[in-house]
Design a binder for this molecule. Structure first.
Ligand SMILES: Nc1ncnc2c1ncn2[C@@H]1O[C@H](COP(=O)(O)OP(=O)(O)O)[C@@H](O)[C@H]1O
Ligand SMILES: [Mg+2]
Length: 603
C-alpha cells in the first residue's frame, strides 16, 4: 500500500511548484474564511443592541489579540460596514479558493495525462504474448478508467490536507474565544467519526452493488441491440425486453436503498451535531450570563460548529477512497511493471535491407510452457523462394509465421535472417522488412488512402494509386463516392471482404518489403474473388521471399517448397509433385481438391 503511495507521489513530484503555490494560497485563504462569521455576529450581538445610545462606545474585539474602536462612526455607518464586510470577506476567500483549487485540479489532471500516455505507449510496446493473455477490453479499461485513480489520489491527499487545516483552524479559533466551549464542541467529533464509519461501509457496499447492476443493464442492452436481427428473426422481443426491464428495475431498487441509507446517515450526524450545538448553547449561554463570554463570541462559535461537519466527513471517508484508488492504481502500475520479454537487445543494430534468406534451426515454441505448439522445425528458405505451409487447423502454421516478425520469440532454437539471429536485430527494423497479409485485413476507421499508406506514412499519392492499381483496387476505390478520401467505416465495414483484402495487398505493394508473409489470404473469399485476388497476390510474391499458408492447391502445387506441419512439427517437406508421389497428407489434400483429373502437372 505504502509503495503505491510512493509511486503516485513520484508521478506528481515534477509538479511540486504549482502544488506548493496552491497550498500557500489555501493557507492565506484560511483567516478570511475564519473571519466570515464575525460581521454578522458583530452586527446582531453588538451594533444593534447599542441602538439609541449616541455615545455607543463600540469596540471590535477579536479574542485577546485584536481591538479596534468604532467610536468615530455612527451606528448606521457601522451597520453598513458590517454588511459590506460580509461580501468582501466572502469574495476574498472565495477567489483565493477558486485559484488554488484550479491549480490543484490542473496538476491532478496533468498527472493523469502522463500516466495515460505512459500506459498506452507501453501497451503498444508489449509483446503479443501479453495481449494474448488478456481481453483487449481489460487493457482499454486500465488506460481509460483505472488511470483516473491517479488523479483521485492527488485530489484526495490535497483534500485530506485541507480538511485537517480547516479543522485545526476552527478549533484554534474557537479555543481563542472560549476554551471550555471548544472542548465541549469537540466532544462530538468521535461520535461523528463513528457514525460516518458505520455508514460509510454500508454505503460503499451499496455503491458497488449499484455499479454492478448498472453494468449489467449496459451489457444487456449492448447484447440485445447488437443481435437485434436474431431477436426479430426468432420473435423474442418480449423476452429481451422483459430481461432488460428486470435488470433496470434491480438497479432502481438498489439506488433507492442507497439514497435512503445516505439520507439516514446525514440525518443521524446532523442530529449529533445539533445535540452538541444545543450543549454548547446551553453552556455558552451560562458563560454569557456569567459575563465570561460575549454574545458575539457565542454566535461565532456556533457558526464554526456548523462548519465542522464537512472536514470530519472527508477525513473519515478519505481512507476508503484512497483504498479504492490504490486498487485501480495497482492495475495501472502492473502494466508498467510488465517485463517486455521480446525486448530489443541493448545495442541491437537496425537493418535497412535484407536478401531474404530465412533459416529455422531446431525451432520450438509454445504459447504456454505446458503446451508446445511446434518443435524441432528445421527449414531453409533461399532469397526469393516461396514456401507454402499446409496442415490441419491448429497445427501451428500461423504460429510458425508469427515467429518471423518476432511477435514471439522461440523457446528453443533460432531463426536466422541472412545469417543473423533475429534476436540480434532491432525489432522495428526487422518488421520494416516484412509485409503481412492475413485472412481478413484489419482496416482502421479512416480514409482508404490512409489505410493503404498505413505501413508507409510518407508515401505520395502517386505511389498509393500505383499500389492500388497493382492490387486491382483502383477501380472500386474510384467508384466510391469520394475515391481515395472515402471513409472505410469501423474496421472497414463499408467494404466487402474481397475489397478489404485488396486494400491489404495494396498496403503490401506499397511497403515493398523483401519478405512476405501470407496467412490464408484468400480463405474468406468466394471462389471467383479468390482466383482474381490470387493473381494479384502472385504478382506481389514476385521477387520476394514468401511464406504462404493456404489450402489452395492450384497456388502452391508448383512453389519451391511445401511444408506440411503436423502435431509437433514438420511431417512432410518437398515440391508438390514429389509429395503427391509420396502419398502422405499433401497427396490427400491434392486428390480431395480434385486437381488430378483437371490436368494440373504432376511431374
Ligand atoms: N495467441 C495464442 N495463445 C494461445 N494459444 C494459441 C494462440 N494462438 C494459437 N494458439 C493455439 O496454438 C495452436 C496452433 O494455432 P495456429 O498456429 O493458429 O494454427 P493454424 O494456423 O495451423 O491453424 C492452436 O491449438 C491454438 O489454439
Ligand atoms: Mg492459422
Amino acid at each position: 500500500m505504502f509503495a503505491i503511495y510512493l509511486r503516485v507521489f513520484t508521478y506528481y513530484l515534477r509538479y511540486w511548484r504549482p502544488t506548493v503555490l496552491a497550498t500557500l494560497l489555501t493557507v492565506v485563504q484560511t483567516p478570511f474564511s475564519l473571519l466570515k462569521p464575525i460581521p454578522v455576529a458583530f452586527l446582531l450581538a453588538e451594533a444593534l443592541p447599542a441602538m439609541g445610545k449616541p455615545e455607543h462606545g463600540l469596540v471590535l474585539k477579536l479574542g485577546d489579540f485584536f481591538e479596534f474602536s468604532l467610536q468615530p462612526w455612527s451606528l448606521p455607518q457601522i451597520v453598513l460596514g458590517c454588511s459590506v464586510a460580509i461580501v468582501v470577506l466572502h469574495l476574498l476567500s472565495a477567489w483565493i479558493n477558486v485559484v488554488s483549487q484550479m491549480m490543484y485540479y490542473r496538476v491532478g489532471l496533468q498527472g493523469l495525462l502522463s500516466l495515460r500516455v505512459d500506459l498506452y505507449s507501453y501497451l503498444h510496446a508489449l509483446p503479443l504474448k501479453y495481449h494474448d493473455a488478456r481481453r483487449s477490453g481489460d487493457s482499454t479499461f486500465r488506460v481509460a478508467y483505472d488511470s483516473q485513480s491517479l488523479e483521485a489520489f492527488y485530489s484526495k491527499f490535497i483534500f485530506l490536507f485541507q480538511s485537517f487545516k480547516d479543522l485545526a483552524g476552527y478549533v484554534l479559533a474557537m479555543w481563542a474565544l472560549d476554551l471550555k466551549l471548544t472542548l465541549l464542541a469537540m466532544a462530538v467529533i468521535p461520535f461523528m467519526v463513528i457514525t460516518f464509519r458505520i455508514f460509510a461501509k454500508s454505503i460503499r457496499d451499496q455503491a458497488t452493488h449499484i455499479s454492478e447492476r448498472e453494468s449489467s443493464v449496459l451489457s444487456l442492452a449492448q447484447e440485445g441491440l447488437s443481435s437485434v436481427r436474431m431477436v426479430q428473426a426468432f420473435g423474442r422481443e418480449q423476452h429481451e425486453i422483459q430481461q432488460f426491464s428486470n435488470s433496470a428495475r434491480q438497479s432502481l431498487e438498489a439506488k433507492v436503498r442507497m439514497q435512503f441509507t445516505s439520507m439516514y446517515s446525514s440525518m443521524l450526524t446532523a442530529t449529533l451535531l445539533m445535540t452538541s450545538m444545543a450543549l454548547v448553547c446551553w453552556m455558552g449561554g451560562l458563560h454569557v450570563l456569567g459575563g465570561t463570554l460575549s454574545i458575539m463570541s457565542l454566535m461565532t462559535i456556533t457558526q464554526y460548529m456548523n462548519s465542522l461537519y464537512q472536514p470530519i466527513d472527508s477525513i473519515t471517508s478519505v481512507g476508503w477512497d484512497l483504498e479504492r484508488a490504490a486498487g485501480a492504481a495497482r492495475r495501472c502500475f502492473e502494466v508498467l511493471d510488465q517485463a517486455d520479454d521480446v525486448a530489443d537487445k541493448p545495442g541491437a543494430p537496425s537493418i535497412t535491407s535484407t536478401r531474404g534468406e530465412i533459416v529455422c534451426e531446431n525451432l520450438a515454441f509454445g504459447y504456454t510452457p505446458e503446451r508446445r505448439i511446434i518443435s524441432g522445425v528445421n527449414l531453409r528458405i533461399e532469397p526469393g523462394q516461396t514456401v507454402a505451409f499446409v496442415g490441419a487447423t491448429g497445427a501451428g502454421k500461423s504460429t510458425l509465421l508469427s515467429l518471423v516478425p518476432r511477435f514471439y520469440d522461440p523457446d528453443e532454437g533460432r531463426i536466422l535472417l541472412d545469417g543473423t539471429d533475429l534476436r540480434d536485430i532491432a525489432k522495428k527494423s526487422l518488421r520494416g522488412q516484412i509485409s503481412i497479409v492475413l485472412q481478413d485485413t484489419l482496416l482502421f476507421s479512416t480514409t482508404v488512402r490512409e489505410n493503404i499508406a498505413y505501413g508507409r506514412a510518407d508515401a505520395t499519392d502517386a505511389e498509393i494509386i500505383e499500389a492500388a492499381k497493382r492490387a486491382q483496387a483502383h477501380d472500386f476505390i474510384m467508384a466510391m463516392p469520394e475515391g481515395y478520401a472515402s471513409q472505410v467505416g469501423e474496421r472497414g465495414s463499408h467494404l466487402s471482404v474481397g475489397q478489404r483484402q485488396r486494400i491489404g495487398i495494396a498496403r503490401a505493394f506499397l511497403k515493398n518489403a523483401p519478405i512476405l508473409l501470407l496467412d490464408e489470404p484468400t480463405s474468406a473469399l468466394d471462389p471467383t474473388t479468390e482466383s482474381a485476388i490470387m493473381q494479384t497476390i502472385e504478382e506481389l510474391m514476385e521477387g520476394r521471399t514468401t511464406l504462404i499458408i493456404t489450402h489452395r492447391i492450384a497456388t502452391i502445387h508448383n512453389v519451391d517448397k511445401i511444408v506440411v506441419l503436423g502435431p509437433g512439427g514438420v511431417v512432410e517437406e518437398g515440391r508438390g509433385p514429389e509429395l503427391v508421389k509420396r502419398g502422405g497428407f499433401y497427396a490427400g489434400l491434392y486428390y480431395s481438391a480434385n486437381l488430378g483429373e483437371h490436368g494440373l502437372a504432376t511431374s
